[in-house]
Ligand binder design. Structure first.
Ligand code: GDP
Length: 460
């Protein structure tokens, strides 16, 4: 039911791009895909006749421009449909000089290929049925993944875990939709082909699955994007020292002059495979000079934009009133706050027991209880046990489509309860199917494809 494909596959147009990053590396890989990929490579390759070689074989030879040898290369052949795009694909592994790579790409273009657009290889894989849309998006996520957890979620999506779940829901709904539609043909006779109780049960079960996928987005997003985390507290509380202790490196500038961490510093801390983007801020207090005022304002803005706030206080210096007033003024809806008492190395036993039981006790300087704090930070963001094979929604486009599916399904349920006519019921079921189909690409539009694939890098 693919509608309106703006970008039909033109396998007769062979595309070419550098598949490895720009810049100098030991090797660089140039990729060709299309009906003529092997013939075009053959025109510039000296060694053997590539058109006579079997699929999934590698060949050593030279790329030549007329009489001039450009490089000694290895050519990998993938004869369609046994390739990433399902077209003929050739990958040329060259020496990683920019000059060589550019010259070979120019030569391939002169020999009949054209430059690939961003994401065009994966677009072709999608249009040729190798991947569905959510799997194609997972390719981009996998390339962008920068933590163990984000890599695993993307891999799970690429393997089709998410798609399979949606496809089976969709298949059952399609069956019901067609039965309800059949009733329309017999509208005079008042028949019901689609058993309303069964339909209700199915829609009910489907909304439960959809609901749990919608709820998984919170965690999915944490895994994919990381967690914006702010470290805040009064000047000299030990924020910068704590950031260093967490990162286990000397990064932020530590000083004993209050208010020296004027601007914000951002570092990524990985705890159990999840990225926490840590922002160390200028101290909160009544700012006296102009620069510091900006810093304080920025702290408040940063807290508003974050999911997690680590509020640090100097356990020796702060009074109970100051502590309460800080906690109260920093509380924000939707921002989880961890209260951390620092400098416990300077406290007596009595002073230690006097600290609020809600606070996490640490010494940033002496690196006491830093691992415990890390685990508390992790559990503040990840509230369930992660196995690595759960289906999580990580993509905002999927979330929106699922929400719209859920709304349509609720209309179906209400419709059954209020005995609405088959035509309206069929319309709501079709709406739900439409939104589910948007996720896997069973229903696509030009804009949607353009939007998704233009964000890919060239060569993917
Ligand atoms: P910030 O202004 O909150 O970033 O505070 P800093 O990290 O710059 O620390 C202020 C001062 O407190 C520095 O002299 C640190 O060495 C000291 N400090 C930080 N943490 C501790 C701690 O756990 N114990 C002790 N004794 N001193 C600390």
């Amino acid at each position: 039911m693919r509608s309106d494909l703006s970008q039909p596959v033109h396998p007769e147009e062979t595309i070419v791009a550098l598949a490895t990053p720009n810049g100098v590396g030991a090797i660089g890989v140039i990729r060709l895909s299309g009906y003529d990929a092997i013939n075009i490579a053959n025109r510039v390759f000296k060694g053997k006749d590539l058109s006579k070689q079997a699929s999934h074989t590698i060949h050593l030879g030279h790329i030549v421009d007329g009489d001039m040898i450009l490089d000694e290369v290895l050519v990998s052949l993938f004869v369609g449909p046994r390739s990433y795009t399902r077209e003929n694909v050739v990958e040329i592994s060259c020496h990683g000089s920019n000059y060589i790579l550019e010259s070979i790409i120019k030569l391939l273009i002169k020999s009949g290929a054209r430059s690939a657009k961003p994401g065009e290889f994966t677009l072709r894989a999608f249009l040729n049925g190798q991947l569905d849309l959510s799997q194609a998006e997972a390719v981009a996520d996998l390339i962008a993944s920068n933590s163990k957890a984000s890599q695993q979620v993307a891999l799970q999506q690429l393997r089709g875990g998410f798609s399979n779940q949606l496809q089976s829901l969709r298949a059952q709904l399609v069956q019901f939709a067609s039965l309800v539609e059949l009733e329309l043909d017999f509208s005079e006779e008042d028949v019901e082909f689609a058993n309303r109780d069964q339909l209700k049960q199915l829609v009910h079960d489907t909304t439960i699955v959809i609901g749990s996928l919608i709820r998984s987005f919170e965690l999915g997003n944490v895994i994919k994007q990381g967690v914006n985390t702010v470290i805040a507290g009064r000047p000299n509380a030990g924020k910068s020292t704590l950031l260093n202790a967490l990162l286990n490196e000397e990064r932020a500038i530590v000083s004993h002059i209050p208010g020296t961490t004027r601007d914000t510093i951002e570092e990524v801390l990985n705890i159990n495979g999840i990225n926490f983007r840590m922002v160390d801020t200028a101290g909160i207090r009544e700012a006296t000079d102009a620069i510091e005022q900006i810093g304080v304002q920025r702290t408040m803005e940063k807290i508003d934009q974050s999911a997690l706030l680590v509020y640090v206080f100097d356990a020796l210096q702060i009074t109970a009133e100051e502590l309460n007033s800080d906690i109260e003024s920093l509380q924000r809806p939707g921002v989880t706050m961890l209260v951390v008492a620092n400098k416990i190395d300077l406290l007596s036993e009595d002073q230690l027991t006097a600290i609020s039981p809600d606070a996490i006790l640490i010494s940033a300087k002496e690196k006491q209880h830093i691992d415990e704090l890390k685990q508390k930070i992790y559990h503040a963001a990840v509230k369930q046990q992660l196995t690595g094979d759960e289906t999580l929604v990580t993509n905002i486009r999927h979330l929106e489509a699922l929400q719209k599916t859920e709304e349509a399904l609720v209309r179906v349920l209400n419709g059954i309860d209020t005995y609405i006519t088959s035509d309206f019921l069929a319309m709501d079921i079709k709406q739900a199917l439409h939104y589910l189909g948007e996720i896997t690409g069973a229903v696509t539009t030009d804009d949607l494809l353009e939007n998704i694939f233009s964000k890919f890098c060239i060569g993917k």
